[in-house]
Design a protein around this ligand. Structure first.
Ligand code: UGA
Length: 440
């Protein structure tokens, strides 16, 4: 099949490379000429494990192309994916759909033969209807179907998630009608390589598919927020949140995943999508109060992390040096969007502390968003002379630090572990004043 992928952000680039690896011919399109030039030179604009190899192989084998001018690729495509950004619009939680609308306008004038237009960007319910109306208005004779196909990949594990998904949700209206049947055939063929044992494809109506994406992210955000509140309660009553998580997670109805307590969720998806869902639900007259509370609790949690550090250094941060390990919102990415570090680091410096930080992949991005901190070459440099070490992101390389070496160079052997990487008894035995999340 011939695929045109509009947008080479996280979702577009990973999906494009994976579809090419499935054997389809994919052209990734982006208005940003420098980004396309870098991609053509084999340079990845994002850090995602395995992506560079996947891109290189498929470019070499003639299945993956990059271009600024997508006209020809769109004309020839069986499926055109819209994978552009839908950031939060300023003032309120609405998703900004201007890039999606612009893509629809562009596609409209180029459709030749039956074409499936697929929204892969996370878009509010009803956006498929808008895309369809834009194209129909601009090109009344066009033969096309608009399909919703949300993406569930996680940064850092994106390629595995794409190739071994729990499910692929595909929203097609009137799926048994003449156009719907053809659209279903195109989508089934695109994802055919996934049909090993059982097909993971779930066909729904278009609006249902659009909502599934938001519902999934909101549920996961709520699950994390629930365990974070349990962690605070554990600290107050003398219980252990990891055992609580295990104890409830073994119940299949609850499940053990996404029950790691921490400094609050961040990233490019949960914060943006929960806000958009809240807005959408309010406007529809069916407010989602659990999600509204999740957003509030998580925001407050990220802001409160500085208090843990303050307490760990004896109540006053003024004049203290804090070594921060990890800045990205989670490991295996360079993404800093809505990372807990963006609340913590400025709060530390505002309170008079000096911050020395290290992150294996995120320092370039962090440098654009954070000032008044020193970026270090490695974890040991970040902790030299520090009155406290704070683990913000659970990168593998922070899991087996040489604790004796750290203790010798730190001003005080104090660790605030916001990801529960170490064990309290061990840390105490090694002579550290150690605090973590939800473990007394
Ligand atoms: C999330 C979803 O997991 C994906 O399924 C979805 O496709 C994606 O959003 C999206 O909408 O595009 P992602 O934001 O890459 O993926 O990262 P997650 O691994 O879900 O982590 C999100 C945040 O939750 C991180 O800050 C992480 O540290 C935090 N988290 C996650 C916890 O604090 N505890 C957990 O148990 C799990």
């Amino acid at each position: 099949m011939r695929v045109a992928m509009i947008g080479t952000g996280y979702v577009g680039l990973v999906s494009g490379a994976c579809f090419a690896d499935f054997g389809h011919v994919v052209t990734c399109i982006d208005k940003d000429a420098s980004k396309i030039a870098r991609l053509e030179a084999g340079e990845m604009p994002i850090y995602e494990p395995g992506l560079d190899d996947l891109v290189e192989t498929n470019v070499r084998d003639g299945r993956l192309f990059f271009t600024v001018d997508g006209a020809e690729a769109i004309r020839n495509a069986d499926a055109v994916f819209i994978a552009v950004g839908t950031p939060t619009r300023r003032g309120g939680g609405h998703a900004d759909l201007s890039y999606v609308h612009a893509a629809a306008e562009e596609i409209a004038g180029l459709i030749e033969g039956f074409t499936v237009i697929v929204t892969k960007s996370t878009v509010p319910v009803g956006t498929g209807d808008e895309v369809e109306a834009i194209i129909r208005k601009a090109n009344p004779d066009a033969d096309f179907a608009v399909v919703s196909n949300p993406e569930f990949l996680r940064e850092g594990a994106a390629i595995g998630d794409f190739k071994r998904p729990d499910r692929v949700v595909i929203g097609i209206d009137d799926v048994d009608g003449a156009t719907g049947t053809r659209a279903k055939a195109v989508m089934s063929e695109l994802y055919r390589p996934l049909n090993l044992n059982e097909s993971p494809l779930l066909f729904t109506a278009r609006r249902t598919s659009e909502l599934i994406k938001y519902a999934a992210n909101a549920f996961l955000a709520m699950k994390i927020t629930f365990i974070n509140e349990m962690a605070d309660l554990c600290e107050a009553v003398g219980a252990d949140v990891q055992q609580v998580a295990r104890g409830i997670g073994l119940d299949n109805r609850i499940g053990s995943k996404f029950l790691h307590a921490g400094p609050g969720y961040g990233g490019s998806c949960f914060p943006k999508d929960t806000l958009a869902l809240v807005q959408m639900a309010r406007e529809a007259g069916a407010p989602v109060r659990l999600v509204e509370t999740t957003v509030e609790v998580n925001d407050a949690r990220k802001r409160s992390m500085v208090e843990r550090v303050r307490k760990a250094v004896g109540g006053d941060l003024k004049g203290k040096t804090i070594g921060v390990l990890g800045l990205t919102f989670k490991p295996n990415t360079d993404d800093m969007r809505d990372s807990p570090a963006l609340d913590l680091v400025p709060a530390l410096t505002a309170a008079g502390a000096t911050v020395q930080a290290f992150d294996p992949e995120g320092m370039h991005e962090a440098g654009k968003l954070l000032s008044e901190l020193t970026f270090c070459e490695g974890p040991y440099e970040a902790l030299a002379g520090a009155h406290a070490a704070v683990i913000v992101t659970e990168w593998d390389q922070f899991r087996a630090l040489d604790l004796d070496r750290i203790k010798l160079t730190m001003a005080k052997p104090v660790m605030v572990d916001l990801r529960n990487v170490y064990r309290p008894d061990e840390m105490r035995a090694r002579g550290f004043r150690y605090s973590s999340i939800g473990r007394s």
